[in-house]
Design a protein around this ligand. Structure first.
Ligand SMILES: [Zn+2]
Length: 100
């Protein structure tokens, strides 16, 4: 499962992911933070089961820097697409998260 990708996401990201995974496992699952925040994607999985690192990504708040919580893959991709569509001002987007 774990293929380590160089660049892009640093070790801090990896550590945060690992730590969050442990929390999810310990809790017996987690709720997608977007669902909890009331702005889920149309395909939000809502529940993130334990021991399924492929089912979630690290979610980021609107500023795209602050870590918001575990986010289901559907929401993460939806959010990335939304940002792509919404930002046509010539700014380079720095985040596309594909972890599988
Ligand atoms: Zn979601």
């Amino acid at each position: 499962m774990a293929h380590v990708r160089s660049g892009r996401h640093g070790w801090q990201h990896q550590k945060l992911r690992a730590k969050t995974q442990r929390l999810i496992d310990a809790e017996g699952g987690a709720t997608c933070w977007r669902w909890a925040a009331g702005e889920p994607s149309p395909k939000c999985a809502r529940f993130i089961p334990p021991h399924t690192p492929a089912a979630w990504h690290l979610g980021h708040a609107a500023d795209r820097v602050t870590y918001a919580g575990p986010e289901c893959v559907a929401c993460n991709l939806w959010d990335a697409a939304r940002v792509t569509n919404g930002m046509r001002s010539g700014r380079t987007r720095e985040r596309v998260e594909l972890d599988w």
